[in-house]
Design a binder for this molecule. Structure first.
Ligand SMILES: [Zn+2]
Length: 374
């Protein structure tokens, strides 16, 4: 099993790529997501896989889906930005492409990639926060993806930070992603430009003269040019980011936060105010070791690479595909030349007949535990 396809299905784009065991993308395709039609979305994924298979020999498919993926990783229970409601996406794509498919939440897939192959290599307690349209996140604890009882853990974007605050696409108010995300940054900048057009000259210039022309890249560029309005927007969003990280650290005590997504292109313009707020808000901050806050390394491809890596590890035919087994995935990685990656796959037997029957219906497979020490 050398090559697998990773597919990242987001609210606006589907990205599919052929990925090798070291996380290198051999070829990548992008398509628009027909977000309103679940049937067409599955078909777009399948067509992209079929096209890649025409040129590469691949043995499995990993899908990172922007939604709540259930405990057996077969169905998308809910997606705030797509039409999925209890969608059996794994089976739909398997039927269309004729290859085994592993599905994972997109934030989890990105967290996995950054932990195994990116910014947090060597760490075992990692929280990935991807700032884009909303917040895509994933949690790795003791070297394992933490998925919760029902598979939907790791969604801090919908943690309420302001009671009665801004309306979120999920239907609730005051969610963290309404204050710390790409959309929040743009909303902040547009509001500023509306309120004080005289002071937002550079932002408006980059936006082609209109408030609606101001998007994430324009705010980042203006801040890099030293524009005080854009810098203030990053101060505000970075501060919300840092406060949220402190709340996460209070619960999970990670060793490392990895910040990705389009907004992270701004680098220290975002991370400096985030670190300052994190240190201010962290309980007992002066008396405890603090988590590092790092920039992601794999960029927009993290979800795709992570999904492909997960497919390689758990699909039938994988050297790691058996239950309760610890075995090397490969020899020493050419990326770092250190010790081989090890993986532990543990069974989670159904606890009663009803659960067993439900698991069989849903095509459950074993949860995975991977030791990320390399
Ligand atoms: Zn929300």
């Amino acid at each position: 099993m050398s090559l697998t396809v990773g597919v990242d299905v987001g609210g606006t784009k589907v990205a599919a790529g052929v990925v090798d065991p070291d996380g290198h993308i051999i070829e990548k395709l992008k398509r628009s997501t027909p977000a309103a039609s679940t049937e067409l979305t599955a078909k777009v994924v399948a067509d992209a896989v079929a096209e890649l298979r025409g040129r590469h020999e691949v043995s499995g498919v990993g899908i990172g889906a922007a939604g709540f993926v259930d405990g057996c990783r077969s169905n998308v229970l809910f997606a705030p930005h797509l039409a999925w409601r209890g969608e059996p996406l794994k089976k739909e794509v398997e039927d269309l492409v004729g290859l085994p498919v592993v599905m994972e939440n997109d934030g989890n897939a990105a967290a996995w990639a950054e932990t195994v192959l990116g910014a947090a290599r060597g760490q075992e307690h990692v929280i990935f926060i991807g700032l884009g349209t909303g917040i895509a996140a994933g949690i790795v604890i003791n070297g394992e993806l933490y998925r919760g009882r029902w598979g939907v853990a790791g969604e801090p974007g919908h943690y309420r930070v302001v009671p009665g605050g801004r309306l979120c696409e999920c239907g609730l108010r005051g969610c963290w992603e309404q204050y710390a995300s790409g959309n929040a940054l743009v909303a902040e900048a547009r509001e500023f430009a509306r309120r004080s057009p005289g002071a937002a000259g550079r932002l408006l210039e980059l936006g082609g003269g209109s408030v609606e022309g101001i998007n994430g890249p324009e705010v980042t560029q203006a801040a890099k040019d030293g524009d005080p309005c854009a810098l203030r927007c990053f101060e505000t969003v970075g501060s919300w980011l840092g406060q949220g990280l402190a709340a996460l650290a209070a619960v999970l005590d990670p060793g490392c936060f990895v910040i990705g997504g389009g907004v992270s292109d701004a680098g220290e313009l975002l991370l400096a105010p985030a670190r300052a707020a994190f240190e201010d808000e962290l309980t007992g901050g002066s008396y405890r070791p603090r988590a590092e806050i790092r920039l992601a390394q794999l960029g927009a491809d993290a979800g795709l690479i992570g999904a492909a890596d997960l497919a390689r590890r758990v699909l039938p035919g994988s050297p790691l595909g058996s239950v309760q087994r610890t075995a090397p995935l490969s020899g020493p990685s050419p990326r770092d030349g250190r010790s081989p990656r090890r993986s532990t796959i543990t069974a989670n037997p159904p606890t009663n007949a009803a659960t067993a029957s439900r698991a069989a219906q849903l095509g459950a497979f074993q949860p995975m535990s991977v030791d990320t020490k390399r």
